[in-house]
Design a protein. Structure first.
Length: 279
C-alpha cells in the first residue's frame, strides 16, 4: 500500500501527463487555449458569486493546473498567484500568461505544504473542481489555506460533492466509492476528462474520499469560520461526463424522483484582527 509520499509521486506523474496534453490539440474543446486567448471566460457563476468583486485583491489559486482559471481571475482584476505540484503545469502556466499578456506569479509546490513565503498575503484563496480527492491530508491542506490568508480573508472552495463521487454510472446505477473516511483508493487512469476519446498511457493514482462533515471540520480546526455552505443539484458543468442535461441546459444527478447534489461550495473566513476598544 503506497504511503502519502508514494501517492503524491503517482499523482504528480498523472498531472504532469495531463499538463502536457490539455489544451495542446485542436480537438480539446474543454481547454480551448485559442478562445481563452481571445477573451473567453472559463470561470463559472458559483465561484464568481462566492468570491465577489476581486478587483485589486490578492488571490491565491490552489491546484491551478496550467493556469487558465488563474489568469481569468486576473482578467477580473485580481493580483494572482497560482500553485500546483506539477512542474510541467507551472511551466505551461507561465508560458500561457506571457501569451495572454497577463501578470501572474506561479509557484511549484504541494498544497499540503505551502511555502512559508505565502503566509498572510492573500485576501482570497480559491480552489475549484477536482481538488480534495487528490489530497492525502485534508487538515494540512486547510491549514495551508488558512496560513496564506490575511486576517479577514476568505477561502472559496467549489468541488465535486462527496455523494456524486460515490457514483460510477447512472444506467445502471453503480456506487463504488466510499462517501468519506479519507482512506486511499487506488485507481488506474487511462484517459482524460478533457478529451474522453483520447487514449493515454495507463497511470496508477491514489485518491481520497472525504465527507462534507470531514471537510467542514478540517476548515474549522484550521481556524476558519464557515460563512456559506452550498449543495448544488443543478450545475453548469458535467464534471465526470455522465450526467443528464435538462431542457434548461443544466446538469443533474437523478435519484428516484429527486436529485443528488453534484457540487458543494464553501466560503470560510480567517479571523479578522481584533479591534481596539478604549477602556
Amino acid at each position: 500500500m503506497p504511503n502519502g509520499e508514494d501517492g503524491l509521486a503517482l499523482n504528480r506523474a498523472l498531472w504532469d501527463q495531463r499538463a502536457r496534453i490539455h489544451g495542446s490539440t485542436p480537438s480539446d474543446r474543454f481547454y480551448d487555449v485559442e478562445s481563452f486567448l481571445a477573451g473567453r471566460q472559463t470561470l463559472y457563476a458559483v465561484e464568481r458569486e462566492l468570491a465577489g468583486d476581486v478587483t485589486g485583491k490578492d488571490l491565491l489559486h490552489l491546484q491551478c493546473h496550467f493556469g487558465m482559471d488563474t489568469l481569468n481571475w486576473a482578467r477580473l482584476g485580481a493580483r494572482v498567484t497560482g500553485v500546483d505540484f506539477s512542474p510541467v503545469a507551472i511551466e505551461r502556466a507561465r508560458l500561457l500568461a506571457g501569451r495572454a499578456g497577463l501578470e501572474a506569479t506561479f509557484v511549484e509546490a504541494d498544497t499540503q505544504r505551502l511555502p512559508a513565503r505565502l503566509a498572510g498575503r492573500f485576501d482570497l484563496v480559491v480552489a475549484t473542481y477536482g481538488v480534495l480527492c487528490w489530497i492525502a491530508d485534508v487538515k494540512a491542506w486547510m491549514r495551508g489555506a488558512a496560513m496564506a490568508l490575511k486576517p479577514g480573508g476568505s477561502l472559496v472552495l467549489v468541488d465535486l460533492h462527496p455523494a456524486f463521487q460515490t457514483v460510477a454510472s447512472l444506467d445502471p446505477l453503480v456506487v463504488d466509492w466510499p462517501y468519506g473516511g479519507g482512506e486511499p483508493q487506488h485507481e488506474t487512469e487511462t484517459g482524460t476528462y478533457a478529451e474522453p476519446g483520447l487514449a493515454t498511457p495507463a497511470q496508477d493514482t491514489v485518491q481520497y474520499p472525504y465527507s462534507l462533515g470531514e471537510i467542514v471540520t478540517a476548515a474549522a480546526e484550521a481556524g476558519l469560520t464557515t460563512q456559506h455552505l452550498g449543495e448544488h443539484v443543478a450545475t453548469e458543468i458535467d464534471p465526470r461526463g455522465f450526467l443528464r442535461q435538462s431542457e434548461d441546459g443544466l446538469y443533474r444527478l437523478p435519484f428516484g424522483d429527486s436529485h443528488l447534489p453534484v457540487l458543494y461550495s464553501l466560503r470560510a473566513e480567517s479571523p479578522a484582527p481584533a479591534r481596539y476598544r478604549a477602556p
